[in-house]
Each structure stands twice: as C-alpha cells, then as structure tokens.
Ligand binder design. Structure first.
Ligand SMILES: Cc1cc2nc3c(=O)[nH]c(=O)nc-3n(C[C@H](O)[C@H](O)[C@H](O)COP(=O)(O)OP(=O)(O)OC[C@H]3O[C@@H](n4cnc5c(N)ncnc54)[C@H](O)[C@@H]3O)c2cc1C
Length: 468
C-alpha cells in the first residue's frame, strides 16, 4: 500500500504519527453506522452525537481517516453547492435568498466548530478570485456569469467584478482582464481538518475503526471482514468510492482531480504575486483550475484529472510527466516567474460526480439509509452542510436544513438519477473533455482566427449542455 504520508502534501505536513486506529474485530449493535471517515462521515457523526449524546454511533473506515478526497483536496472551503443555480431555480426570491444565506454561512459554521474543538487547519477566510487571466473570452464568460448570479438573487457584497487594477491589489497575474471576487470562501489545510475532526468525534464518544472496509451492506446490516454490525441507521459516506458499496456506484461516478505543490516560495515572490489573505483563486477556463497559497508559502495548484472506463478508481497517483507539465503550464501562464520553480509534491484523488451534477442529501426512512454526496469537486464546505442535514434527518427534525431542494426526504436510493452504462459514460466523458481541451488550446493561442475561437467555444458550450 502507498505510504500514507505520500497521499498528498497535506498528509506529508502532518506532525502526528500516521498509524491506523484498531480495526473492528467484534460484532456491534448500533443506532447509526457510518461508513467512511472523510468529512461527510465525520461531520455527520459530529452533529448527531452533539445533539443526541445517547446515540450509539460508530465509524468504519477502509483505510485511515482522511485517506479519500478529504485528505487530498485543494483546500477551498466554499459557501456554495455545485449547481445551486439549477437547484434553487424553482424557489421564490425569498426562499432562494434564505438558501443562499444558508450556503454562504458554511465557512463561518466550520470556523465556529474549529474554534470550539481547538482544530487548527490554517483556516483563512480570504475569499475567492475567479480570474479572467489567460484569454479575453474569459472576461466575457465571467461577466455573463456574474449577471446570472445577480439574476439568481446574489448581491454585490456576495460577488463583485474587479477590474485589472482592483484585482492587482489582491493577486497579480501576467495577463489580467478582470475577476469576480466573492468573500464567502476560506482556504484550509485539508488533512488537518479531517484528522482534527476525527479526534473531535472520538472525544465525543464515537469510535472510529480503521482498516475496516464495509464489504457488504443491506438495510440494517453491514459486514466487514471480521465483524457484523446491526444498525437502525446506516450512512454510507464514501463519495468517490461509491462503487465499493453497490448499487451506490450507479449514482455516483468516480472522477479524478490532480494537484501539484511548489517548494515554499520566498516572500519576495509573494510580494510579486499577492494572495496575502489566503485567497483561493482560479483562472476561469474549463480546465477547472484551483489554487491557493499554503500557510507555508507554497503555490498549490490543481486541475481536472480524468475518468476511467467502467468507473475504475485510480489508485496510483504518481502523476505522469505530462500531467505535471500541464499543471505547470497552466500556473506559469498566470505566474511566468514560476515557470521553472521546483515542484515538490504531486498527487490526486477520486471524487464523486452525481448524474446531472446534482448534489443530494437523501433519507430513506423505510430502509434506514441516509446519505449525502455528489458534491462534484466542491465538497469541502458542502460536506459540512451534508453532515448537519443528515443529522437533522436522522433525528427527524424539520428545519431550514431539511427544507432545501437538494434534500430528498423519505425517498429510496433508486430515486437518484443513474448514469448510463458503459461505453456511453466513457465515450461521453471523453468527447466532452476533448471539446474543452480543444477550446482551451484554441483560445490560448493568440493567433487563432476569431471564427475558430467562436467555433471552439460553441462546440464546448454544446458539449457542456450534455452534462446537465
Ligand atoms: C484532488 C481533489 C481536489 C479537490 N479539491 C476540492 C476543493 O478545493 N474544494 C472543494 O470544495 N472540494 C474539493 N474536492 C472535493 C472534496 O474533497 C470532496 O467532495 C470531499 O472531501 C468528500 O468527502 P467525503 O467524506 O464525502 O469523501 P472522502 O473524503 O472520499 O471519504 C470517503 C472515505 O470512505 C472510505 N471508504 C471507501 N469505501 C469504503 C468502504 N467500503 N468501507 C469503509 N470505508 C470506505 C475511504 O477510504 C475514504 O476515507 C476535491 C477532491 C479531490 C479528489
């Protein structure tokens, strides 16, 4: 097995020993059995146990807490939900505003828990900058996106346009056309969050059994290699690993995202670049890039990875030279001074993508199953909302958490949309991604004729339409 410290820069930075907690060796009778010790499972355990200390809860983890995406992500803790515009579309303006407030409050909610539990994960709420910084078309799409956000009920204090000079006060990129700034995002050190949460949950009296995969499950019962667990409620919180618990894999596809981190950069370089408040940033192309300045002054930068035929998980995240060089190329376009910088860490992870890119928080009361997922690469904050919501659903509360359009209460798992079978998924995914790559190459080339640029973007728009 891959040494745990090499899973990500974040795991490597931990100053705790990375040894597994004991595995489960005896049968259990539980109120709630949580499968997976990533953010979703741990937030659910946390909110449940705080509100209902009498509940008998345990967490089963196939590897160690934070082995999945929660210990490997880009550290953007966002106050939103993937595709929230579509999810909120049917609500009245007042309801929509209340939902937006709930989402935008996520970073502060997390911050409150960090303070209460003494978890230090380098939390900095510096907001996020979505930059038009590589080609002029990015400004057009970003401005259209901003108009859309205002139509949905966002206010200027939520999202605002920064011209090149205003952007330069926060971030200096070589070719700035402007940016959208939103204050509702924080950056964190992901592994410190997930490991700290695991300790907080244990301190509340929830045992975490590591090296304990769930190998079979049915309503009321989970089997691991050495034990059988009977439970009233089951919370499969395995996100990108959904295929390990059939039939979840039908509803949630594993896709990969890949990151690199530079060596710590000198203060003089950061004087040139900025990001002094720990802002998250991306350049607005369909390469899905995301970056942050880590607390120890590295540039951490990621971009979309891939999808494997049949939804096979990627286990080996030794990035190929081409994968590293694509990320170096993308960040060097923004920061040419970093073109030859030393990259010390490269890694990646599997994340879960729900059909139509709709995150969901589902409660099947008949079968005693509650699950939250399909965050699609925007799960660091969403998992906190998911944990709070699943706790409310299991405790049979009716409140603003359970009244949201992404909550499917009293619904069977089969009510989630399923992905089409192979080879359709693989062909579809690759056709879409190829159109994105083609668009990016065309637009990044200043010599591309205007008609070529328009054609490439129209094709990518058309292909993106299939994703929804
Ligand atoms: C490379 C990368 C970058 C990302 N960057 C960001 C970002 O910057 N911002 C953002 O908002 N989101 C980001 N995401 C997404 C975000 O990290 C995830 O949505 C979130 O961490 C999901 O948490 P989770 O607990 O649901 O799943 P995970 O963290 O994946 O946890 C699932 C756990 O279940 C365990 N498990 C799997 N199968 C079994 C089984 N059968 N039995 C027991 N245990 C099992 C796994 O070992 C794992 O520990 C990123 C994801 C990746 C991969």
């Amino acid at each position: 097995m891959q040494p745990l410290r090499t899973l990500s820069l974040w795991m490597d930075q931990l100053d705790e020993p990375l040894c597994a907690r004991p595995a489960l060796r005896e049968d259990l009778d539980l109120d709630v059995c949580i499968i997976g010790a990533g953010y979703t499972g741990l937030w659910t355990a946390y909110y449940l146990k705080r509100q209902a200390p009498h509940l008998n809860i345990a967490v089963l983890e196939a590897n160690i807490a934070g082995f999945g995406a929660s210990g490997r992500n880009g550290g953007w803790l966002m106050g939103n939900l993937l595709g929230e515009d579509r999810l909120l579309a049917s609500l009245s303006p007042q309801q929509r505003r209340a939902s937006i407030d709930l989402l935008q409050g996520i970073p502060d909610e997390v911050h409150g828990v960090l303070q209460r539990e003494g978890i230090d994960c380098d939390f900095r709420k510096g907001g996020v900058l979505y930059c038009a910084a590589r080609y002029p078309e990015q400004e057009r799409t970003l401005r259209a996106y901003l108009d859309d956000l205002y139509r949905q009920g966002m206010r200027e204090e939520d999202y605002r346009w920064l011209g090149p000079e205003q952007l330069a006060a926060q971030l200096r990129v070589s070719n700035a056309y402007g940016a959208i700034y939103s204050p509702h995002t924080a950056t964190i050190q992901p592994a410190k969050l997930v490991r700290g949460l695991a300790r907080a949950v244990e301190a509340l009296g929830v045992p975490i059994y590591e090296n304990t995969p769930a190998i079979d499950w049915q309503p009321g019962e989970v089997r691991t290699p050495l034990a059988r667990i009977r439970c009233q409620w089951m919370v499969p919180a395995v996100e990108g690993y959904a295929a390990s618990l059939p039939p979840l894999g039908k509803h949630q596809l594993p896709v990969q995202s890949l990151l690199v981190a530079t060596e710590p950069l000198p203060e003089s370089t950061w004087q040139e670049i900025g990001l002094a408040q720990g802002q998250a940033f991306s350049e607005n192309s369909r390469q899905v890039t995301y970056g942050q300045r880590s607390a120890d002054n590295r540039l951490v930068f990621g971009a979309r990875g891939g999808y494997r035929f049949g939804g096979r998980l990627r286990e080996d995240f030794n990035l190929t030279e081409a994968e590293v060089e694509l990320r170096r190329y993308l960040f060097s376009e923004l920061f040419p001074q970093l073109k030859h910088v030393r990259i010390t860490h490269t890694w990646g992870g599997n994340l879960g993508m729900a059909r139509r890119f709709r995150p969901h928080m589902l409660c099947d009361r008949q079968r005693g199953i509650a699950l939250s997922g399909g965050y699609g690469g925007e799960g660091v904050g969403a998992t906190n909302l998911g944990g709070r919501t699943l706790a409310a659903l299991i405790l049979n509360q009716r409140n603003e958490l359970t009244a949201q359009p992404w909550v499917l209460d009293n619904r069977p798992l089969s009510s989630l949309a399923g992905w089409p079978p192979e080879p359709c998924r693989w062909l579809g995914y690759n056709a879409i991604i190829q159109s994105f790559v083609h668009e990016d190459r065309t637009l990044a080339n200043p010599a591309s004729a205007p008609w070529r640029r328009r054609l490439a973007s129209s094709l990518a728009d058309f292909m993106e339409g299939f994703m929804h």
